[in-house]
Design a protein around this ligand. Structure first.
Ligand SMILES: *Cc1c(COP(=O)(O)O)cnc(C)c1O
Ligand code: SF4
Length: 341
């Protein structure tokens, strides 16, 4: 992996490794690739993974996502997001809790950093493990999950009428069963001061069949508007299955936004970001945030310097309608909002 960090691929690769058989999203979770070794083998690559990094944060990638990687390409921008590498152990730079999640907990699993918005860690599970994840060291096992745990957070939210918006996050809330999500969304609808529900999720991108009738049913039934914030970093992540999933979500009459993380060797070029934003707008997903990396230990090799980040966004501004240009931000602990870069 060394020496080729800036060779960001910008071509759209459609399923070069074979697309897996259709299955339910639950089965897709179960049959995911769970080691760097298995991932390299599948992509006909020599062993590039670094097992010690996996004991700390495992490799996890569904076949639907792996199918969008180009076989034989060690620099594939999707592969780099999920494959463990020696770079993760080489540096001790970065923090275990880079954005001050732990001190901002109002109660176990309920985070509030900004006025009028509270964030619920609904689960520790994700449908993919992104190597740059800012919560890769988060002590999820301490967070109460399930209805009893959520009820405590809901009680807190119900008592504080300054909270207008609840963000369901994690982990990834769409790894929860629809029965649980129906319960949660119904409870939030019963709190009179809640004006918006926001769902931060990467699942529709990773396992598009997760946008299934039972999901659409609770989304449709919510009288409080739902805002979806997807997480797509590269054009190659958007295949036709993802386009269809977004179409299905849009039918619930919601607003769909995207946040991306600027990652060295993955999407750190003007052309890569331009292609991504154009495609997002094509499928009517608005680019919301472009995040500078949170300084989390084990991921500092993904860091892009501010000067390059600003240059990339300047290029977007010159070539896209204003609504298609994401806000370049960094999260600084203790600030009252995400900070513009
Ligand atoms: C990012 C974040 C939000 C949402 O911020 P917006 O600027 O409204 O998108 C809310 N709560 C927490 C804890 C966050 O980290
Ligand atoms: S999906 Fe989000 S929370 Fe889960 S590992 Fe990736 S970045 Fe982290």
């Amino acid at each position: 992996m060394k020496g080729t960090i800036l060779a960001t691929s910008t071509s759209s690769v459609e399923a070069t490794s074979s697309y897996p058989d259709p299955c339910s999203w639950q089965t897709a979770m179960k049959r995911s690739v769970r080691s760097g070794k298995a991932l390299c083998k599948r992509l006909e690559l020599p062993e590039l993974s670094h097992e010690p990094a996996e004991s700390d944060f495992s490799v996890f990638a569904p076949l639907e996502y792996v199918a969008r990687m180009e076989a034989g390409n060690p620099s594939d921008p999707l592969l780099r997001q999920v494959l463990s590498t020696t770079a993760e152990s080489e540096s001790t730079r970065g923090f275990l809790d880079p954005v001050g999640d732990l001190p901002s907990q109002r109660s176990n699993g309920l985070l509030q950093k900004y006025s009028h918005r509270a964030l619920m860690i609904t689960t520790g599970a994700c449908a993919i493990n992104c190597r740059y994840c800012f919560r890769r060291h988060f002590p999820y096992s301490d967070v109460p999950t399930g209805k009893a745990g959520w009820a405590v957070s809901l009680g807190e939210i119900a008592e504080d009428s300054s909270i207008e918006e609840v963000i369901l996050s994690g982990g990834d809330p769409l790894t929860l069963a629809d029965e649980s999500l129906t319960w949660l969304v119904t409870k939030l609808n019963e709190i009179p001061h809640i004006r918006r529900i926001r769902i931060h999720t990467r699942v529709p991108v990773v396992i598009p069949q997760r946008v299934c009738p039972s999901l659409l049913s609770w989304a449709q039934d919510s009288s409080v508007p739902i805002y979806w914030v997807l997480h797509i970093n590269h054009l190659n992540e958007i295949d036709r299955f993802v386009c269809d999933a977004v179409d299905r979500l849009r039918q619930t009459n919601t607003t769909i936004l995207n946040q991306a993380v600027l990652l060295r060797g993955v999407n750190d070029s003007s052309s890569s970001q331009l292609e991504l934003c154009k495609k997002l707008v094509d499928i009517q997903v608005l680019p919301y945030y472009l995040h500078q990396l949170d300084p989390v230990r084990g991921a500092m090799h993904f860091e892009v310097d501010n000067a390059l980040a600003r240059m990339i966004v300047e290029c977007l501004r010159e070539n896209l309608p204003g609504y298609a240009v994401p806000r370049l931000v960094r999260e600084v602990s203790g600030e009252k909002s995400k900070s513009p870069v």
